[in-house]
Ligand binder design. Structure first.
Ligand code: SF4
Ligand code: SF3
Length: 536
């Protein structure tokens, strides 16, 4: 195996043998094969316009499956490889002239797949470093976009241009393209990332209402509970409906915290609060929760024996030996009965903390406050907004973000989305004229809200350039959804983004230079130094 798609990759170079995330070598190899099948399908599907829905659906699902911390289950990955091969062979009937290896190779057994993996991984071909770097940047951006497209699809929302981008991008990775052409593809990725986040925003808000400013409880009640994590709001909806009146409470973990902001979920009295912190603390927090845990999307950490038999995966998430809630039949619901039955036998959760968190500052709520915010800016009460969105992670160097938030001057406001917020959302940072100093828009995809707010402020203030706003960007990344968010911000013309805690291992020095020259993108350094630069 060789994998360097996430921020925690070994020595910021690449995981070999096994992943730091817990992904085993053979799983990584099978995921490489799955990606290769995606490429074969994409080559054939890109020949028709619009792309066939079944091809787009397969590409979306398979790409999402290979995102960091989604699926560790060889059996499930292998099943997708077989589905993809069957689909590819059907598509090939219409384009028999394409004899690229991704289109024609065959394999029957797991051993066939594992031996194929040796010839097709990230480093298998001998190519220029910058070409490989851009191809992988495109691939990881596409994975993040696919994940968001999958969340939107769960609510019945698809976008033909996003589908088309995913298929064409994966097709492009099989072609002999130079640096300039690949950069062009990456730029298209930025446009598709904006598009898919807008789609998901539409899907979420039309289905569940516009997020409201909400105080979310952090303590627990003395009844059995179910903990739900990940990003999938459809799963949230069905779990809440099925647990209503059963005497079982529901708590959110990690990226599911923003579910509390939606009117459709707020009305459930048994949606008690948020339990714990971001994804990487789950090994300790899940053990203390006492009840069942449902993982709807990334980020799953290999479960410890102390709570493993209480974990349920669903959707694209998988882990060997962990119970899985099957997909819904068309028009039907998922059946969470086994989760509820287990909850009833469990003790109530152990309290981790008390108090509350306030969030729900998505675009509508922030724009409703626009007059107040602008008055504070004009009066000099707010000097700067700092976007500190993105991901959290386990590396110690991420303490930088806590320190940065703590030391920001009191006339600054943090705009956040994603699980990066857990590094500072429990600090007491106070308010400015009644406006909290941390405004949480929601999940990582709700970074779209932050972009909308910026564009609207630009319009209200009559500015030419988004970079003339008093907004600085200090963004943290971990997995491929963050790559998609980053491409979206670049597409919107945002410059001077500070990225951390490290630059991606897959960004070569040559590509880093291009990003620095075109977008003034740079890596974080020391708190003091970055603060001076960002607040200047
Ligand atoms: Fe390593 Fe990250 Fe890949 Fe896991 S996803 S194998 S930690 S690079
Ligand atoms: Fe978090 Fe995994 Fe990136 Fe959605 S849930 S932001 S890390």
């Amino acid at each position: 195996m060789f994998c360097y798609q996430c921020q925690e990759t070994l020595k910021n170079q690449g995981c070999v043998l096994n992943g730091i995330c817990g992904k085993k070598g053979p799983t990584a190899d099978l995921q490489d094969v799955l990606l290769y099948v995606v490429k074969g399908v994409a080559r054939l599907a890109s020949a028709t316009d619009p792309v066939e829905p079944r091809a787009a659906e397969f590409v979306t699902r398979a790409l999402f499956t290979t995102v960091t911390n989604v699926n560790f289950d060889d059996g499930r990955v292998e099943e997708l490889v077989r589905c993809g091969l069957a689909l590819r062979d059907q598509l090939r009937l219409k384009a028999p002239q394409d004899d690229h290896d991704a289109v024609v190779w065959r394999g029957q057994t797991r051993d066939d797949f594992l031996s194929k993996a040796r010839t097709i991984g990230v480093r298998a071909s001998d190519e220029e470093e910058d070409v490989r770097s851009l191809r992988e940047l495109l691939t990881y951006g596409a994975k993040g976009i696919a994940a968001y497209a999958d969340h939107a699809a769960a609510l019945g929302y698809r976008d033909a241009t996003v589908d088309s981008f995913l298929v064409h991008a994966m097709d492009a990775t099989t072609r002999t393209l130079g640096v300039a052409e690949l950069l062009q593809e990456v730029r298209k990725g930025g446009a598709a990332a904006v598009q898919v986040m807008a789609l998901l925003d539409r899907a979420n808000t039309s289905t569940y209402g516009t997020p409201q400013i909400t105080a979310v409880r952090l303590g627990v009640r003395q009844r059995p509970g179910i903990l739900i994590s990940g990003h999938d709001l459809k799963d949230m909806e069905e779990l809440l409906a099925q647990t209503a009146g059963t005497g079982v409470d529901v708590y959110t973990h990690g990226e599911m915290l923003p579910a509390h902001y939606y009117p459709a979920f707020r009305r459930y009295e048994h949606l008690v609060g948020n339990y714990g912190n971001s994804w990487w603390r789950q090994d300790v927090e899940f053990a203390r929760f006492n009840g069942p845990i449902v993982m709807t999307t990334n980020c799953l950490v290999p479960p410890k024996p102390s709570y493993r038999d209480r974990v349920f995966t669903t959707g694209n998430v998988g882990f060997p030996g962990v119970k899985h809630i099957p997909d819904r039949a068309p028009g039907g619901q998922k059946d969470f009965a086994p989760v509820i039955a287990l909850a009833r036998q469990c003790a109530p959760p152990e309290a981790l903390e008390d108090g509350q968190l306030v969030g729900g500052f998505a675009h509508d709520q922030v724009l409703a406050l626009a007059d107040k915010i602008l008055a504070a800016v004009r009066a000099g009460a707010i000097r700067k907004f700092v976007v500190m969105a993105g991901c959290d992670g386990r590396h110690k160097e991420r303490e930088y973000y806590t320190e940065f938030a703590r030391r920001l001057p009191r006339d600054t406001v943090i705009l956040t989305a994603g699980c990066a917020k857990y590094r500072y959302n429990k600090l007491d940072l106070g308010e400015i004229d009644g406006i909290p100093r941390v405004l949480d828009a929601g999940q990582c995809n709700d970074s779209y809200s932050l972009a909308l707010v910026a564009l609207k402020l630009k319009e209200i203030l009559g500015l030419q350039d988004i970079n003339d706003l008093p907004i600085a960007y200090n963004v943290a990344w971990y997995e491929q959804k963050a790559v998609a968010v980053l491409l979206a911000l670049l597409h919107l013309g945002v410059k001077n983004i500070h990225l951390g805690p490290t630059l991606p291992a897959f960004v070569s020095p040559g590509v880093a230079k291009v990003l620095t020259e075109a977008y003034a993108l740079s890596r974080i350094t020391e708190v003091e130094q970055d603060m001076a630069r960002l607040l200047a």
